[in-house]
Design a protein around this ligand. Structure first.
Ligand code: FAD
Length: 317
């Protein structure tokens, strides 16, 4: 049976973020082992957070090197587990961290690498959307263990209860992984909203907000959504660049994406058009965003959003 290794990542609030999605993709291929890389004494608790997904085994490796040497240490550990187990595939989330680990691992084990896949088939054929989503590419790694990064929210996770066996592992740090060391960390200060790239719902604002994101945020909060922005809004300094959606911002794939006062330029679409359901609010009926919207509201967002917020709140109470 094919062996698939996935890398488990956890958010600060203790959620095994994309584990079930990676496991679901991996289970199409073969038996799934989740790798947990943890600080000394923390591995067991992290492994316990993996409660769902078709996972046969969890391997926990504890080392202070993961804090100290970050992706370099993680890549050494992953590469050594892949080699020891002769894994057929390694799946990791398309986060900045995941992509860097994947790239380093692919170099170390001399395998092919596919990034930003939105799907993975049973024969390890990966699907990617390129050129702003206008072209679908199917590709397979032809040499060695297939290293594939998978965009969060692309695959509907199989939330079967996980009851994996848990084993501990070890690894050896290479000299090259110790060339750079993390000397300090500042925790990212974030509000109460979900992470943009992992959110199930995103409400984004564009130039049409004229810099007033209050109505966008209120609607997002009523839905428990993340807030995103077009580049016009981030370039104007109205919203942080870290929350920009698009070709030069984040790529998102939520269940629901609400574009408010965003025209739908190709570079914006590139980052959001794989969203499952797209709703556009725009006062221009000819705005290109309506070409990809499942539902459209032609109107002033300052009139539509407060009413929508009221409607959501009324349904909740
Ligand atoms: C190399 C490159 C990379 C880029 N990368 C990105 C990227 O990553 N992300 C990105 O977003 N853009 C990117 N852009 C910019 C992109 O081309 C567009 O300029 C940008 O997306 C436009 O943002 P917008 O839709 O908010 O603004 P506009 O195109 O100005 O559209 C504003 C929309 O708001 C509507 N509107 C105005 N007032 C209201 C109102 N009161 N109520 C409702 N609707 C209203 C208007 O009808 C209009 O459709 C990139 C461009 C280049 C060249």
């Amino acid at each position: 049976m094919s062996q698939v290794l996935i890398l488990a990542e956890f958010s600060a609030d203790g959620v095994a973020k994309t584990v079930a999605e990676l496991a679901t993709a991996g289970a199409r291929v073969g038996s799934v082992t989740a790798l947990v890389l943890a600080a000394p004494g923390k591995g067991g608790a992290l492994a316990g957070l993996i409660t769902s997904g078709p996972i046969a085994e969890v391997v926990v490796i504890e080392s202070d090197a993961f804090e100290k040497y970050s992706v370099a240490a993680a890549s050494d550990a992953v590469a050594q587990v892949i080699t020891a187990r002769a894994a057929d595939a390694f799946l990791v989330a398309s986060s900045a961290y995941g992509k860097e680990v994947a790239a380093r691992v692919a170099v170390q084990i001399e395998s092919g690498l596919i990034t930003d896949a939105v799907d993975v088939g049973a024969d390890l054929t990966a699907t990617q959307l390129v050129f702003g989503g206008s072209t679908t590419v199917h590709s397979r790694v032809s040499h060695g263990c297939a290293v594939i990064t998978l965009r969060p929210n692309s695959i509907t996770p199989d939330l079967v209860a996980a009851s994996p066996s848990i084993t501990t592992g070890a690894f050896e740090m290479s000299a090259s992984a110790q060339l750079a060391q993390v000397i300090s960390r500042a925790p990212y200060v974030k509000g109460g909203r979900p992470e943009l790239t992992e959110a199930q719902i995103i409400v984004s604002g564009g130039r049409g907000t004229d810099g007033n994101f209050a109505v966008v945020e209120a609607f997002a909060d009523s839905l428990g959504a993340a807030v995103g922005a077009s580049r016009a809004a981030t370039d104007a300094g109205w919203y942080p660049h870290s929350l920009q959606v698009g070709q030069t911002g984040k790529t998102v794939s939520p269940q629901l994406y609400v574009a408010c006062g965003i025209s739908g330029a190709i570079q914006h679409r590139a980052g959001m058009q794989t969203s499952k359901l797209i709703v556009a609010i725009n006062k221009d009926p000819d705005a290109p965003i309506f070409e990809i919207a499942d539902f459209g509201v032609i109107g002033d967002l300052f009139a539509v959003l407060p009413k929508a917020t009221e409607g959501v709140q009324a349904r909740k109470s």
